[in-house]
Design a binder for this molecule. Structure first.
Ligand SMILES: Cc1ncc(COP(=O)(O)O)c(C=O)c1O
Length: 392
């Protein structure tokens, strides 16, 4: 039985062509650290990291192509911790959506214990947000909006550009978690009015795990305290933390093998026609949704989130009505080799919004390398298993 991997929202598989080879090449042919050596291998590693930053600036619409604004971390969770904890001070107020992942909510919860307040802007039952609902909740001391770009539970895309415009008008910082959209949905940080765009390297960017980062506007960086400090290989004469980007937020040795892989995957991605990856994922999503909607009409499952392909990514969550979600996911794997994700997907508030709390859902997420045949097989498998469960 061949595995059908439909857990792309967790981490993408396979990775972009050339990614694994680039990791291997770095480890066997280079292996050097950056900023710390005065020899050819160290310069080559330095160049690789510089080029990776440049590719990120291009991909995310950081208009002046200034690579120093691309800070590299190990994942989007680390990026969001650096941004949230580095920016907020006691007395600050923050707005988030009611669809957030714990990568935002847990650091924010820690800040709340230090005197930061936050308000959840309620989203509709399909996960959509009306920007006016956010604007109505802005207070005098609202310092920032911290929000995901697309839900990791149901794929609904939030109106980032409209919210960016509101933030600019009101002088509020805008931090966007692009874990589910980077590499899939075209992103333009400048056009969207984003102050810091946090990304992870191992999902839609098709790179290795342990890579990620954020692009940041210098005005925001200047207002922040670094969460992690230490050696950077720069201004070693002083024990002060560097005040310049990216060193201010990049202490310690980087995941250079991972960055070599990310460089390869970004190179592959930037050669794709803009929007083509989203188009492929939505083509499969539409095919899958058609099948799921037929089962919904028969009373076998409930499809959460938006039903069409407008304003969404290729993430679909279903709630089986005659069996436990964990049971369905187990049988999909056991009998059909289909890998899905089950439960609350690190986003409890999203399930309260979608009406799937506390059961959670079975989540199917499609990627650039999934096929129509795999999608058909997933529809057939869900249909057969749900029918069998109803009979029993
Ligand atoms: C919306 C969202 N934010 C943050 C994360 C955390 O990603 P990572 O584990 O790469 O830090 C995820 C991962 O599922 C996510 O979907």
């Amino acid at each position: 039985m061949q595995r059908i991997y439909l857990d792309q929202a967790s981490t993408s598989f396979p990775k972009a062509p050339g990614t694994a080879e680039a990791v291997f090449r770095y480890m066997t042919e280079c292996g050097c650290n950056i900023s710390r050596g005065g020899y050819k291998g160290a310069y080559a590693a330095e160049e690789l990291v510089y080029d990776t930053r440049t590719l990120l600036c291009r991909l995310f619409g950081c208009r002046d192509d200034d690579p120093k604004k691309a800070v590299l971390t190990h994942n989007v969770t680390e990026s969001l911790n650096i941004l949230i904890k580095g920016m907020l001070k006691p007395g600050d107020h923050v707005l988030v959506s009611s669809m957030e992942h714990n990568a935002v909510m847990r650091p924010l919860g820690q800040c709340a214990k230090q005197g930061v307040r936050f308000t959840r802007v309620p989203c509709a039952e399909d996960g959509t947000m009306n920007p006016a609902d956010l604007e109505a909740r802005i207070e005098e001391n609202t310092r920032a909006v911290v929000m995901l770009h697309a839900s990791n539970v149901c794929g609904t895309i939030l109106p980032a550009a409209e919210i960016g415009r509101i933030c600019r008008r009101k002088g509020i910082r805008f931090i966007l978690d692009t874990a589910q959209t980077a590499g899939i949905v075209p992103l333009d940080m400048a056009a969207m009015g984003v102050d810091a765009l946090a990304f992870t390297g191992h999902k839609g960017l098709l790179g290795p795990q342990g890579t990620g980062g954020f692009l940041i506007r210098e005005e925001l960086a200047a207002e922040m305290e670094p969460l992690i400090s230490g050696g950077t290989g720069s201004i070693s004469h002083t024990e002060e933390v560097p005040d310049f980007l990216p060193d201010r937020f990049e202490a310690g040795t980087m995941n250079l093998p991972g960055i070599a892989g990310l460089h390869a995957s970004l190179t592959w991605l930037t050669d794709r026609p803009e929007g083509s990856i989203l188009q492929h994922e939505l083509h499969l999503t539409e095919q899958f949704l058609r099948g799921m909607e037929a089962l919904e009409e028969e009373g076998l499952i409930r499809v959460t989130g938006k039903h069409g392909t407008e304003g969404r990514t290729g993430v679909v969550s279903i709630l089986p009505l005659h069996t436990d979600p964990a049971e369905l996911a187990f049988r999909l794997d056991e009998q059909y080799g289909i890998a899905t994700r089950v439960g609350l997907h690190c986003a409890p508030a999203a399930h309260q919004t979608l009406g799937t709390w506390p059961t959670g859902t079975v989540r199917f997420s499609f990627g650039i390398f999934n096929t129509e045949e795999e999608t058909d097989e997933a529809v057939r498998a869900v249909s057969a298993l749900c029918r069998k469960e109803r009979r029993e």
